[in-house]
Design a binder for this molecule. Structure first.
Ligand code: BYC
Ligand code: FE
Ligand code: FE
Length: 472
């Protein structure tokens, strides 16, 4: 049940061999995916051999095999977590009923929309990161970038499988469109805002994997609660891959912070720019940007879409089964920060409508833990500086705070004050140029760029000077 069949053209544990129609449909989509990968995927490393992990089973223990792979030959496939026997729908109007193994007709449109939005983000991130290989700070980091990229590619496969297997013709059309929209394209952009932003440098990449992949983690966790069992099982397996993406961001920023602190102490200055480091205020500005853009991904504070997804049993709360309430929320309330008469006030709102905000709260709490880990690095260097998450209303483009002028500490401010503050709050052109100037590739084994500390340990118990990527 858990073993993955690698003798198939499309590795899978969904018995593709016995579903000829589906297999043929996916085999027709496969070359388009590969064309897309060549055109829009990692640039310049098609022949490099990369030390990647590949899923060999969906068991929690030992699902990965490590070995050298040329990325275009990576075995992208369809892997679902094992079904849970007698699983019942955990929330909403159908709570307690057996989960759906087919798409419930009345919810077809809503479900397809959720799957398409999820699927759209995966290739978008690969497109956003396609030029980073050229400026890698080490072979270790280059390998991690590519690991993230191939897994986001596989996440696209996961959603395309659902579209093909369960949505017939319009599913196939949506699967095509997932390769037809492109990040930042003015005619056919990706669906969600953050996925049309550029990821031009490695600081942005680490911030992205910390903040934006973390939205992925929370969204996938909510979808893993779904009453539509194939979606739940797909997302459960995706979450095991997502953990590594979180690690890349978390440890990446921690290593940048560590290097910055070392330079500050060595040179006895806050301004480490001239010595090839990234100053703490600059890191704070990047953090502000990526956090606020990622908060937008949760949608409006009050959303009938979110309420419907929940009542329909399609998208749950984070760790729904651990929450002790009626799992219907018909009369429950939830506190939501909202703008009112030029102020930000917290009001009790219907919990159903506030589900996006609730997930955003869970996300913010998780981000705060990561920031605290970075601050521990700063404190242990005896430096008096604290990185902070800006207020949730700062720099928002989606929801009730969209377009409002709100300072990082959560004050509603005038346009004038905003304009005066912005250069301290968000990355400036000079910051971006400074960061870009540091992005000189380092591809010698065991060597790391001067703006980032080496990691504590290698991948899969390999040493730091392991040849994580064999350049062609
Ligand atoms: N940009 O009712 P509302 C990941 C639209 S990341 C542009 O508040 P709803 C990954 C919205 O679609 C995880 N448009 O929204 C990370 C709606 O449009 P319609 C991705 C936006 O539906 C890194 C309208 O505004 N997965 O996996 O409650 C690397 C009203 O909004 C945005 C998911 O998101 C935006 N930011 O919530 C790789 C899970 N926000 O219907 C991968 C699936 C909202 O009026 N998606 N809009 O035309 C969902 O659950 C929901 O679609 C959202 C939005 C939470 C995104
Ligand atoms: Fe993903
Ligand atoms: Fe990810």
């Amino acid at each position: 049940m858990t073993a993955i069949d690698y003798s198939e053209r499309i590795p899978n544990n969904v018995n593709l061999a016995e579903d000829r129609r589906l297999r043929r449909a996916l085999e027709q989509w496969q070359p388009r995916f590969l064309d897309w990968w060549h055109e829009r995927g990692p640039q310049g490393y098609l022949d490099a051999e990369v030390y990647l992990r590949t899923a060999i089973s969906v068991d929690a223990a030992g699902w990965a095999r490590f070995g050298y792979v040329r990325m275009p030959e990576y075995r992208w496939g369809v892997f679902l977590a094992q079904p849970q026997p007698d699983r019942a729908i955990g929330f909403g109007e159908h709570a307690g009923q057996p989960v759906w193994r087919e798409v419930p007709g009345e919810y077809r449109g809503a479900l397809r929309r959720l799957i398409v939005v999820q699927g759209d983000t995966e290739p978008a991130s690969v497109e956003q990161q396609c030029v980073l290989g050229r400026t890698c700070p080490s072979l270790y980091d280059l390998r991690n970038l590519f690991q993230v990229n191939v897994e986001e590619g596989r996440h696209l496969w996961a959603m395309v499988y659902l579209l093909h297997a369960y949505f017939g013709r319009d599913g196939r059309e949506e699967a095509e469109e997932l390769l037809g929209r492109h990040s930042g394209d003015s005619d056919k952009p990706r669906i969600l805002g953050a996925f049309n932003e550029a990821t031009p440098d490695w600081l942005s990449f680490f911030m992205f994997t910390f903040f934006t992949d973390r939205d992925g983690r929370f969204q996938l966790a909510s979808l893993a609660e779904s009453g539509f069992d194939p979606l739940a099982r797909t997302c459960r397996f995706m979450l095991t891959e997502e953990a590594h993406h979180m690690f890349v961001g978390d440890s990446g920023i921690a290593r940048v912070v560590q290097r910055t602190c070392e330079l500050m102490r060595e040179r006895d200055t806050d301004d480490v720019g001239p010595y090839g480091g990234l100053s703490l205020p600059l890191l704070q500005r990047y953090l502000n940007f990526h956090f606020s853009v990622s908060l937008d991904l949760f949608g409006s504070e009050l959303s009938t879409n979110a309420a419907n997804y929940y009542s329909m049993g399609l998208k749950g709360r984070f760790q729904e089964e651990r929450i002790e309430d009626d799992h219907r929320l018909d009369s429950a309330a939830y506190p939501v920060a909202l703008p009112e008469d030029g102020e930000i006030v917290v009001r009790e709102e219907p919990a159903l409508a506030a589900l996006n905000e609730r997930l955003r709260d869970d996300y913010i709490a998780d981000c705060a833990k990561g920031v605290e880990r970075w601050n521990r690095v700063i404190r242990s260097a005896n430096i008096d500086f604290e990185l902070r998450l800006p207020h949730r209303a700062f720099n928002r483009s989606v929801g009730r705070f969209a377009g409002m002028r709100i300072s990082p500490d959560g004050r509603v401010i005038s346009e004038d004050e905003w304009q005066r503050g912005i250069a301290q709050w968000l990355p400036t052109q000079a910051d971006r140029e400074m960061v870009a100037s540091l992005m000189q590739p380092v591809t010698e084994r065991g060597k790391f760029a001067a703006w980032i500390a080496p990691p504590a340990r290698g991948i899969n118990h390999q040493p730091l000077d392991f040849e994580y990527v064999r350049l062609a």
